[in-house]
Structure formats: structure tokens, C-alpha cells
Ligand binder design. Structure first.
Ligand code: COA
Length: 236
């Protein structure tokens, strides 16, 4: 079977595509996503108040440049005393117990594309989290291909910052993704987010392109090796 697809030569053969989901399935998926989004909004309003929630959403729409980072070579960062990183949802759920309302980053389990997380503790207390995302709908900015992951939704609690937690989280997420066979390990960081950029660069991420679009919606970009070499991105 031949088909036209910009990602494959015209003569490439492959198995017929899966049938598109029917209307009922699409409605179910849409409904499930809408319920999850509403739950997140309600949690945020309860935690931060309506005014602050609106402010945050407006802040996400600000005209900011995002840098696309790609892991070039992984370097293990020094580990602060008392810092421990755990892998997986079981650890996250255990750590969430006893905290009333944490920032959104701690509740992404079950969301489409969020494959796994790493949580950090400092002296036994919850300190931060990072997520590994995959799949076509896994990223806000990127249409992730096979063996491509985006590391993101990183947060370190304000009282635990500047002690190397973000560096360790980036390192654990990247090292584990490499072990799992990822080819491109990507991260999208706001150009004005100096601490996150420094932490990512400390473990071997390098900026390869810029994206100019708000964080909430917009085109997703596909990333391939030539694009990275040319420091360029194309619309998906
Ligand atoms: C960004 C964030 C995760 C960093 O966490 P962290 O644990 O404090 O980061 P680290 O201690 O590992 O490293 C931060 C680096 O930035 C530096 N830094 C911190 N604040 C800085 C500032 N205002 N200006 C310049 N550099 C700064 C630190 O000195 C450190 O650099 P160094 O390793 O060369 O000394 C944390 O600030 C955060 O949660 N911010 C809010 C959410 C967010 O922005 N998430 C990232 C989305 S991509």
C-alpha cells in the first residue's frame, strides 16, 4: 500500500491505518478530558482563589519566547545532602498524603501523554516533581514522535529552591528515558526562566530552537534530526 505522508517517502509501505474512532468514542474522550480539566480548574480556584487563577491563565497567554532544549550529552550533577529522588506514581501518591492542596504539577497522573514522574524530597520533606511526556498529544508545543519524549511540568516548592533539586530531577528523568530507549529527549522552557534553563543546561540540555506562541494552545511542532541540525522547526 502506498500513501502520501510528509514523514515517509511516497513509496513506503505500511499496514493500513487504524480506523478513526467513532463519534461516541470521540465524545467519551472529549468528556473525560473536559472533566479532568474542570477538576484541575476547581482545585486551582480552591487553592489560589478566583482572581489569582484568572491572573495565572492570563500570564500563560503572555507573549513569551520558549526555547526548545535537546539533551546533547548527559552529565550527572552533584547531589545536595538530604536530597532523594523517587520514580513513579506510587511514590507520588504516598508523598501527596498529608498535603491539602499542592501545585497542579503534583496531580498530572492520568492525563494523556504523561508517562511517568520523578518526585524529590529534601530531608524527608516533599520538594519537587518532574514529568516525562510522550505521544502526539503528550506535549503542549510538540508533536512527539516515536522514541521522543518531553521532560517538563517541573516544579520545586518555593522553600526548597536553589539547592539543586531541579538539576537532579532533570537528570533522573533524562537518564531513565535514555535507559528506556528514547532517542530525542526534549524540554521546552520559557526564555525568561533562568533557573530552569540553568538546571537543564547543567545536566547536558542545549537550546536548539525557539518557539513563539502562548503556552495554552496553538500549533504543535514536529521535531526531526534535520530540523535540529538546521535549528529550525516545522508546523505539524
Ligand atoms: C525553575 C525551578 C524548577 C528551579 O528549581 P531549583 O531546585 O531552585 O533549581 P536548581 O537549584 O537545581 O538550579 C537553579 C539554578 O538557577 C540559578 N538561579 C536561581 N535563581 C536564579 C535567578 N533569579 N537568576 C539567575 N539564576 C538563578 C541557581 O543558582 C542555579 O544555578 P547553578 O546550578 O548554576 O548554581 C523552580 O524555580 C520552580 O519551580 N519555579 C517555578 C516553576 C517553573 O518555572 N518550572 C519550570 C518550568 S520549565
Amino acid at each position: 500500500m502506498t500513501f502520501k505522508d510528509p514523514d515517509f517517502p511516497a513509496s513506503t509501505s505500511r499496514a493500513p491505518a487504524l480506523a478513526a474512532p467513532d463519534t461516541l468514542t470521540r465524545f467519551r474522550l472529549w468528556f473525560a478530558e473536559t472533566m479532568k480539566l474542570s477538576a484541575r480548574l476547581i482545585r486551582r480556584i480552591r487553592r489560589d482563589g478566583l482572581l489569582n487563577t484568572v491572573k495565572t491563565l492570563l500570564w500563560l497567554l503572555r507573549p513569551v519566547v520558549w526555547n526548545l532544549y535537546r539533551l546533547e550529552s548527559l552529565t550527572a550533577p552533584p547531589c545536595s545532602p538530604g536530597l532523594e529522588v523517587r520514580h513513579g506514581l506510587v511514590a507520588l501518591r504516598r508523598l501527596r498524603k498529608g498535603h491539602a492542596l499542592l501545585p497542579d504539577e503534583f496531580y498530572h497522573d492520568g492525563r494523556t501523554g504523561f508517562r511517568e514522574c520523578f518526585t524529590a524530597t529534601l530531608d524527608g520533606e516533599l520538594a519537587g516533581i518532574i514529568w516525562v511526556r510522550e505521544g502526539r498529544q503528550g506535549s503542549r508545543w510538540l508533536e512527539l514522535g516515536e522514541r521522543q519524549v518531553e521532560i517538563g511540568c517541573l516544579l520545586v516548592l518555593p522553600t526548597k529552591r536553589n539547592r539543586g533539586v531541579a538539576r537532579q530531577l532533570y537528570w533522573h528523568a533524562a537518564a531513565n528515558s535514555l535507559r528506556a530507549g528514547a532517542k530525542d529527549i526534549l524540554a521546552v522552557i520559557a526564555a525568561d526562566n533562568v533557573p530552569s534553563k540553568r538546571a537543564a543546561e547543567a545536566v547536558g540540555f542545549r537550546s536548539v530552537a525557539s518557539i513563539r506562541r502562548p503556552a495554552l494552545w496553538g500549533p504543535r511542532f514536529s521535531v526531526c534530526q534535520q530540523d535540529l541540525d538546521a535549528q529550525n522547526l516545522k508546523h505539524s
